[in-house]
Design a protein around this ligand. Sequence first.
Ligand code: A3P
Length: 345
Amino acid sequence: MLFKQQALLRQKLFVLGSLAIGSVLYLVARVGTLDRLQPICPIESKFSTPEPEQIPLRTLQFKRGMLHELQRSNVTKEQIRPHTLVQQLPRAIIIGVRKGGTRALLEMLNLHPAVVKASQEIHFFDNDKNYARGIEWYREKMPFSFPHQITIEKSPAYFITEEVPERIFKMNSSIKLLIIVREPITRAVSDYTQVLEGKERKNKTYHKFEKLAVNSNTCEVNTKYKAVRTSIYTKHLERWLKYFPVEQFHIVDGDRLITDPLPELQLVEHFLNLPSRISQYNLYFNVTRGFYCLRFNFVFSKCLAGSKGRIHPDVDSAVVTKLQKFFHPFNQKFYQITGRTFSWP
Ligand code: A3P
C-alpha cells in the first residue's frame, strides 16, 4: 500500500517537474525569438504584395506591433533595420505652396501609421546641383520605412520651379501630388513676414509690404515681386498640368488646416487610398500657441516650431483691395481647374 502511494507521488512529481521544465524552455525560446524580432515581421512571407495604390490595414497593425516590440524588448531600430526596413522613393510629394502650411500638413500626415515623412526639405528636383547627384542620392535622403508604408516629402519650392514637373514625371509619372494653398494675399503676407524676419535677424532694413506689392510708378500690382507671383496658383499649376492629369493632384485648404485640421486630413487620407486613421485624439488645440498641436500617444505630443504662426503686419486696405481685384480672375481659374472652390474674395 505504502509502496503504491510512493509510486503515485513520484509520478505526480514527474508530471509537475516536466511541466515546469517545459515552461522554462518555452520562455527561453520565446525571449530568444523576440530578441531577433523575426516572428513579428511577417509581411514579406505571409502576405502577398498589395496594389501599390492601397495601404493595407495589416501594414498599420504591423507598424504598431513593431513599435510595441521595440519598446518591450531591448532591440534598437538599427538592429532590425537591415532585415525589414528600406529607403523608398516618395509615393506622394507636398510640392507647395510655400507658407501654405506645408510643414503642418506633413507633420499631421505623419500621424498616420502608414505614412513616413522625410523630415528635411530635400530640394532634389528644384536644385540643379542636387538633381545632378542622381536618384539614388535622393533615395538615400529618405527615411527608413516598411515596404508597404508610403514615404512623403515636402519641398515647397517645387511648385514654382520651372524644371520640376518634368523631373518628377521622369521619376514616377503616377506619383500623387499635394498642394496646400491659403487665401493668396494672406499667403503673400506670410511669405513677406518670413523674409522680413530674416532681414531683421541680420540687422538689415526691408521695405514695407505695400511698397513691394505695388509698383509705385504704375500703381499696378507688382507681378515681379516673388510673394505676389507665388500666389498666382493657377499659373504654376498650368505648368504642372502639361505633365500630370488633374486627378493626380489634391488641393488642401491651408486656412481650414489651421482652424479645423481633421476634415482636411481625412480628405488627404482618402486621396492617398489610406484607411482613415488620424482622429481628433491626435489633434488638440493649444491655446498658448493658438494652433492645433499633434498628439501621437498619451506620452508624446508636440506643437510646430515657433517659426510657424508668425504675427503678420497690417496691410493698407487700399493695397489689399487692389490685390483682391488682381487675384480674383486667377482664383476663379484655379477653382475651375481643380474643382475645389474657396471663399477667397
Ligand atoms: P504663418 O506663419 O504666416 O502663420 P509653411 O509650413 O508652408 O511654411 O506654412 C507656415 C504656415 O503654416 C504658418 O503661417 C501657419 O499659419 C500655418 N499653420 C497651419 N497649421 C499650423 C499649426 N498647426 N501650427 C503652426 N502653424 C500652422
